[in-house]
Design a protein around this ligand. Sequence first.
Ligand code: ADP
Length: 726
Amino acid sequence: MKYFLLLLFFFQTLLYPQKRVSIDSVAYYSKLAAENVKENNYKDVLSYTQKSINYCKKNNKIEDEANQTFNLGKIYFDLKLHNDALEIFNKSIVIFNSISRKPNNKVANAYYYIGLVYIEKKKYDLAETSILKAEKIKENLNIKKDVDLINLQKGILSKKKGNDKLASAFFTIIAAKPENTVLANTKAEALYQIGTIEAKNKRYNLALIYFNKALELNRKGKDLNQKSSILLALSTVYDKLLDKTSAYTYLKQHLNLKESIVLANDEKLGVNDYEAFKESQRIQEDLLKAKENKEQEKNDKFSKLISILAIAIISILSLLSLSLYKNNIIRNQSNLLLKEKNNELIAAKNKAEEASKARSEFLSTVSHELRTPLNAINGITHLLLEENPKKTQMHYLSSLKFSGNYLTNFINDILEINKIDSNKMEIEYISFNLKQLLSDIQNSLKEIATINNNRFILKIDPNVPENLIGDPTKLSQIFMNLINNALKFTNNGTVSVIARLRNSTNENATVYFQIIDTGIGIPEEKLETVFESFSQGSVEINRKFGGTGLGLTIVKKLVRMLGGRIRLKSTVGEGSTFSFELNFKADTKPVQIKSKDKNYNPEIFKDKKILLVEDNKINQMITKKMLSRKEMICTILDNGEEAIQILKNNTYDLVLMDVHLLGINGTIATQQIREFDITTPIIALTAISLNENREMLISYGMTDVITKPFIPEDFYTTIAQNFSNS
Ligand code: ADP
């Protein structure tokens, strides 16, 4: 075909970009390629176009790569390197398709050129398929300007396939189009094709008309190949018409033109140049492949590494989840177990608390119930001893007195421990004189000291503040127990009570106490256990010295309650030292507290009227006897209601009110008496139990308290004191 210059024009814009360009860019290489087209130097045209493609690949400019690939195909097509052209056009279609699935005009053009290549290769079916594809795409894109070109090819194909009629129809349409420069070559080609059909049908004169028209138009289009074909066709027709001269002239023109075309083509690209270019392309491709392989290898390695890492991470995460899951199960199980154990412990604690409460109540009741008959025993023993008994009776009565006292002490101790253990005991903070307290104790224990022929020394640091604020009752109990023991377990020795000031500020004083004796001592293995309940040094000791085995237990508990710790050092045969340290508040403004005066004048009792409210017959009898012994006049009532009534109409010097009475008890009766009589002293007679204490009784309006079993001296002292107070 001789019309490719026409096509060159058609794709001019692709091949000759006019922009100013920079080195190593698509535009730059395109410009160089275009310049070399003008120079007819196709070796460089190929080289720059390929460089342009390589640049696009390197910089990932896919659309430019597709365009430049198409251009390369076009160059091959111009050079009639049809196999290369076919391969490269197909490549450009693949690249365009990778950008978008919807084909563009460039793809249509590539198909169009493929169609032309197949026509050249005489593969008309394949050519038709490609041309129709190009037509379809252009139709879809509504591109009308290339309709004539496509129709021309369709006409040529119909003609090649022997369908001259259809071919003529296509050509005639093109031939009928008005003339213009763009259409010149196409129209010339159509006229030429019609001429060939006419010549074939032996209508030579008609053929000559078409060929001449074609030749005329060809002058505008300047397609040399087309011109060469037209000249040859004219020569052939003239030959048929037997116009040998004309035939010869056209043939000669044709041959000259043909020769110059071949020459020009050879100039474009020498065989060696083509081979050299192909070789460089191969090397380039190999290099690219090698690079791609390297990159692939690198990518493979990288993805391998990523895979290994991912597997490792997944494994670690799985292990972690598994261990978390297992942990959770174990934790849940442990929680369940703990909950169960907790419930068990709560149940056990509640049980223990209930048991302890029951034990306390039991002890309280038992000791209370024991006190009443014990009061009778002690009271009667006391009365009998005062009624000049016979010498033989004296011995029995002494034993009875000892046993009664022992039992009384025992019950008191039990009750004391019970009170501490059941937290019913409260610490008092009242002002007291430590020196006074210790010398009172010394006085009361003088008798025991003399019996065992002991020296009893009291050493009080003069720096210890005179008055302290603390709990003198508990402190007395502690000292009484410790000194009592010291005097009991020492014979012909010394018992020293020492109080030293350890620390003092304006407000606080820390006092260190020691109770030292030179007695029998305690064996080392017993040093810890002596503080436990009922632990006595040995059976022999118990028999010899008596005691309940509860004193040190009470001491330890009381010292702890007051914030100290009892310590014991002892050597058998040398003696024992009990020591403890307590903090007190120093009382800077002491209030003088009246201490109980044990020395009363017996005259104070004479003819005093006493109302005794007591329901126990034996206690009535003993108390009455004890009162009348001191010449007091006693009226007995056995219930609170009557007592209230009698007091409304009569005057008594003092009321002795038993707390536990039938009907309303002593506290309620006192409360009601206090509504109309606030002056008469009412002394509570009680076997103090767990829920009773001095403060509680006083709060009901009682004036004082005498505990059962009575210690006769205390009994008289308390009554005498209340007489003198009133
Ligand atoms: P008890 O009423 O028997 O004296 P304690 O609890 O007061 O009970 O004392 C327990 C035991 O500790 C005593 O039986 C005695 O063996 C021993 N003990 C206590 N104090 C002394 C002491 N100062 N010297 C020797 N032994 C003592």
